[in-house]
Design a protein around this ligand. Structure first.
Ligand code: URA
Length: 362
């Protein structure tokens, strides 16, 4: 029974989403919007008030094999079952729908399983835009590659001359699939003359929503530990290796996904530009993605953590774990890692605070 209830509810919802009206001219000269729909259950009556409210000032008919509804802006009539041939076939706006659908189709975000869940195949035959889906899927890979290529061209130019220009250009960056995912770019924040830079992996859900780095749960933990270590984060430039939020949509939730090495490497253009503008003398890299971004190769964090690393521009890097790693642990494992994190941050804080005296502890 529960299954049946769910299936009927789903069908009601799908009918609201997938009914497509076509404009027809009635013998009286009046226009009427007519739709052909094939529900899986007897849901026509259950949906009547939704369509009356939504399309109150239009004459419309919804024809189905189980019955039909006719609205004339005042009265709703129920009619007998109809056949597909009773409905109109196309109308002049059909092409517009298709154009709209292909232009909002983002090949970099193609998830066939999720799409089929939202738009099951049984509804396709009555959706004008669904005819395009096989072609769009078939061409997705090459369109995505072309998008990435187009982005590449833009990176051969000069580095941004200021942080404001950098932020503007990052916002428009479509050089990798994460940049193409339609989220807000999050660039660094802090003091433009900071001697210290802190680099995370990528903005998370809260960061994307607010446009600021490290303001979600991992950021809170980082700020707390930095304060305890005696370093004021307000003195640093805080940023990320990757500037857009990579996630997987699960219902209403956006679950973090780690960027690939290639995505981190593509985004290096921005972090290097940021470093060239801020010119920090000490950099704290949090986690493997930040470390890869900094060194241009994968590094073993356990091997190099707490050991200062010299960078090509003469500055010094300290690498430690990412705070969200601590958030994923519990029990004794967490206690151990928190202690190591605290010790790394204490060392970093000493170095950062010593910078005022122009030296880095070795
Ligand atoms: N994790 C990061 O690496 N950066 C943020 O800005 C937030 C969470």
């Amino acid at each position: 029974m529960h299954e049946l209830v769910r299936s009927v509810r789903r069908d009601i919802h799908k009918m609201r989403a997938f009914v497509r009206f076509r404009l027809v001219e009635e013998p009286s000269g009046q226009s009427r919007y007519v739709a052909w729909f094939e529900p899986a259950h007897h849901i026509l009556r259950a949906n009547a008030s939704f369509f009356i409210n939504r399309f109150n000032t239009m004459n419309w008919s919804i024809l189905t094999p189980r019955g039909s509804l006719h609205w004339d802006c005042e009265t709703l009539l129920e009619g007998p079952p109809a056949r597909r041939e009773d409905g109109p076939i196309g109308d002049p706006t059909e092409q517009l729908w298709q154009q709209y659908y292909s232009s909002i189709f983002n090949p970099a975000r193609l998830k066939i399983g999720a799409m089929l869940k939202e738009m099951p195949r049984r509804y396709w035959r009555n959706l004008p835009e669904a005819q395009l889906i096989p072609g769009l899927i078939a061409g997705a890979q090459s369109r995505e590659a072309a998008m990435v290529d187009r982005g590449k061209d833009r990176f051969t130019g000069e580095r941004p001359a200021s942080l404001a220009v950098l932020a503007k250009e990052v916002a428009e960056c479509r050089r990798c699939p994460i940049g193409c995912n339609g989220t807000r770019a999050v660039t660094g924040e802090g003091r433009a003359d900071a001697a210290v830079m802190i680099i995370g992996e990528q903005p998370g859900d809260t960061e994307e929503a607010t446009g600021r780095p490290f303001v979600g749960p991992a950021g809170e933990l980082l700020r707390q530990h930095l304060t305890e270590a005696g370093f004021d984060i307000g003195k640093a430039w805080v940023t990320n290796a990757v500037k857009h939020f990579k996630f997987e949509q699960r219902g209403k939730r956006r679950l973090h996904q780690s960027p690939t090495a290639k995505e981190i490497d593509i985004c290096r253009w921005w972090i290097e530009s940021e470093r060239a503008l801020i010119r920090p003398r000490l950099v704290l890299a949090l986690g493997a993605s930040a470390a890869r971004s900094l060194f241009g190769r994968t590094v073993n964090i356990q091997e190099i953590r707490s050991k200062p690393q010299q960078l090509a521009d003469g500055s010094t890097a300290i690498v430690t774990a990412h705070p969200s790693y601590l958030l994923r642990l519990d029990g004794q494992a967490r206690e151990i890692e928190v202690a190591r994190f605290q010790s790394d941050l204490a060392y970093f804080a000493d170095c950062a605070n010593a910078l005022a005296g122009n030296e880095i502890a070795s």
